[in-house]
Design a protein around this ligand. Structure first.
Ligand code: SAM
Length: 291
């Protein structure tokens, strides 16, 4: 160790609570440079997932260590890693473990449906259940595998209460992606359903403004929302009173002049973002264009 320190090969961090690392030149490392082809036994990841959940629930998940290596090579340490066919949640586990390993601040957005495996579906049908029933949905990949896997890796406690590990220092939020009643959306009655999308757009940091603010405006750590343009005065005052105003500001208005009026009064360093009054419709999918 003395020799390594003398050779400048040990990297000390700012505080004794952080791990030191060893500087290794690339020519001394076999695994740090991405190769175009590599071998890895696929049974390893199956056993790993079984260890987390306590039983076998998902056939052939991807290998989290392979993903860790790949994400570490391909993306910066503050990357947002999106997996929209997330299955058992390997990508999120890889991102969390990589952050724990190298102190990165990567974020992971994982989307999965709640598909029931063919064999389970057969058994459930035999038992008289159909899609939508609680018993059926409880066996879907999201409820049965992804959620418990991610929770167990973070908390260190398995769904059955047994201990898996010491857990990881990571924050996780679960949201249901669902269909909304278009009438309620057009009457602006679905703010709560849209709220997580605004929070994610603002970087998914700090508190989510989860309910439509009765005062017509609300502030959080990462963003602010003005839902009622008539409340712009207290809104701007509230923002200006903060030492560090949130960087992103959503202003709901159809009028360009109202928007400009508010943005002209916002504290410097805030980024105004306009939401039209029909903003809840901007997340619509599978809708035919109006005639
Ligand atoms: C090949 S698996 C992904 C496996 C994943 N890499 C892992 O390690 O577990 C694809 C997954 O995408 C999910 N899926 C299928 N259709 C989807 C959709 N429309 N939206 C989101 N997820 C979907 C399926 O449930 C399936 O588990």
């Amino acid at each position: 160790m003395d020799r390594l320190i003398a050779e400048g090969k040990i990297i000390f961090r700012d505080s004794h609570t952080e791990f030191i690392s060893v500087k290794r030149p690339l020519e001394d490392t076999a695994g740090n440079v991405a190769l175009s082809v590599f071998d890895r036994q696929r049974t390893h990841s199956g056993r790993h997932l079984e260890g987390i959940l306590g039983d076998k629930r998902f056939p052939f998940p991807k290998d989290h260590e392979v993903l860790m290596r790949w994400i570490g090579v391909a993306a910066p340490s503050d990357a947002v890693v999106l997996d929209f066919f997330g299955g058992s949640g390997t990508t999120t586990e890889a991102v969390m473990r990589l952050n724990a390993q190298d102190g990165g601040t990567r974020q992971s957005i994982l989307v999965t449906n709640n598909e029931v495996a063919a064999k389970d579906a057969k058994d459930l049908r035999k038992a008289g259940y159909k899609p939508g029933d609680t018993e059926w949905e409880a066996r879907g990949v999201c409820r049965y595998v992804t959620q418990p896997r991610v929770s167990t890796v973070v908390t260190g406690i398995r769904p059955d209460g047994s201990t898996y590990s010491d857990g990881l220092a990571a924050n996780v939020e679960f949201f249901d992606l669902t269909y909304l009643d278009p009438d309620r959306v057009s009457r602006a009655r679905e703010f709560e359903a849209i709220a997580p999308l605004l929070w994610i757009q603002a970087g998914a940091a700090g508190k989510c403004i989860a309910k439509e603010p009765p005062e017509g405006w609300a502030l959080s750590d990462g963003y602010a929302v003005l839902t009622d343009i008539d409340a712009s005065e207290p809104f701007v005052e509230g923002l200006s009173a903060l030492e560090e105003p949130p960087p992103l500001v959503f202003v709901v208005t159809d009028s360009p002049s109202e928007f400009e009026d508010v943005t002209g009064r916002l504290p410097q360093r805030t980024r105004p973002h306009r939401l039209y009054e029909s903003y809840m419709r901007s997340f619509e999918i599978n809708v035919e264009a109006a005639q």
